[in-house]
Design a protein around this ligand. Structure first.
Ligand SMILES: NC(=O)c1ccc[n+]([C@@H]2O[C@H](COP(=O)([O-])OP(=O)(O)OC[C@H]3O[C@@H](n4cnc5c(N)ncnc54)[C@H](OP(=O)(O)O)[C@@H]3O)[C@@H](O)[C@H]2O)c1
Length: 324
């Protein structure tokens, strides 16, 4: 696997805290440029030791020394910047949710195909090895046939000061898109298909505000799935997979970085519990998988099909919950 020269679009918190350090840890990439439309590029580059900074994303895209870009802009800006990046010949890793709906995904897909570049959605949890352990256990029939899946993702989002982009409907905010996308992606990946039925409810902050608490029930063939998410509770990040012979419990499924990178897979069967610890570095693995897909032209293992399923399912949940 070769190395990629990365440009970062947006002087973003998540890029500073997770993705830039992960690119550097990955052993297959360096961050050479950052752009910030609000003029924070220079200080951000200085703070993080990035060589070049730009005040416009267009200027970064014109930099011939950038092979791939990481887009960490508000959700409502993802589609436009993916398309411009693709047209500039850059491979794209874009934050989740990659787009706001299927219509945008079709446009993005067409642009990426026309340019012959690679696009991946930054669902880092997909790359933590505990997911591979879960798939192996399910495949081996350790808990029998899957009957039901449950996943929850909650955290407390402060409501003081300037409204966070996650609380702005004009920026593609709301807890379903910000947090619910993870359980939906997990369910779609494990079920390997679109849901047949979708029901959902949501609570909004004020009139016309974004959803701040959302719950959904889905049916994938004979497997039932439930999720809830909110901006209103201390961190909850769990999944439970119930089978005809036992249960797999994941106390930390999406944000293993918050528990030192270690996933713990609990297998309950015949009155006994087996605990399997799986250390990993989800963000760095994400960078390695992306780089392999670009430099070795290695097939990305159905990643985009899963993204399409997740985008479509989120759209159906939003509709069922009266959010669209
Ligand atoms: N994978 C993960 O673990 C994870 C975690 C958190 C967030 N995320 C995702 O990462 C993305 C960014 O999240 P973040 O929390 O890092 O965001 P953030 O730091 O609040 O903002 C990211 C960038 O968005 C632009 N921006 C912010 N407010 C704006 C406004 N009002 N108008 C126009 N542009 C604005 C700014 O770009 P400029 O510098 O160009 O001005 C800013 O640097 C989102 O898509 C989010 O869903 C992923």
């Amino acid at each position: 696997m070769e190395s990629l020269r990365w440009g970062v679009l947006g002087a973003a918190r998540i890029a500073r805290e997770q993705v830039i350090p992960a690119i550097r840890r990955s052993g297959c990439g360096d961050v050479v440029a950052v752009s910030s439309a609000s003029g924070r590029g220079r200080s951000y580059a200085h703070e993080l030791g990035i060589l070049r900074s730009y005040d416009s994303h267009e200027d970064l895209l014109a930099d011939p020394g950038v092979d791939a870009v990481y887009i960490a802009l508000p959700n409502s800006l993802h589609a436009a910047w993916i398309m411009r990046s693709a047209q500039a010949g850059k491979h794209v890793l874009c934050e989740k949710p990659v787009v706001l709906g299927s219509a945008e995904l079709d446009q993005v897909d067409a642009a990426v195909r026309a340019a012959g570049v690679h696009l991946a959605e930054a669902f880092m949890y997909r790359h933590h090895p505990q997911l591979a352990t879960v798939r192996t256990l399910l495949g081996a029939g350790e808990v029998g046939d899957l009957v039901a899946m449950e996943a929850r993702l909650h955290f407390s989002l402060p409501r003081t000061g300037t409204p966070d982009i996650r609380l702005r409907s004009d920026m593609g905010g709301g807890c379903l898109l910000d947090l619910g996308c993870y359980p939906v992606d997990l369910f779609g990946g494990l079920a390997g298909r679109d849901p047949d039925d979708v029901a959902a409810v949501a609570h909004r902050d004020g009139d016309g505000g974004v959803d701040t608490r959302t719950a959904a029930t889905l049916r994938y063939g004979d497997v039932l799935a439930t999720l809830d998410c909110s901006f209103d509770a201390p961190m909850v990040d769990t999944a439970t997979l119930i089978g005809t012979e036992g249960t797999i419990r994941l106390p930390h499924v999406f944000r293993t970085d918050l528990v030192g990178g270690v996933g713990t897979v609990h297998v309950d069967r015949e009155g006994r519990t087996r605990e399997i610890e799986v250390p990993g570095d989800a963000y760095a693995e994400q960078v390695r998988a992306f780089t392999a897909a670009v430099t070795d032209r290695r097939a990305a293992g159905g990643e985009f099909e899963l993204t399409r399923r997740t985008v479509g399912t989120l759209e159906r949940i939003a509709q069922a919950a009266g959010l669209t």
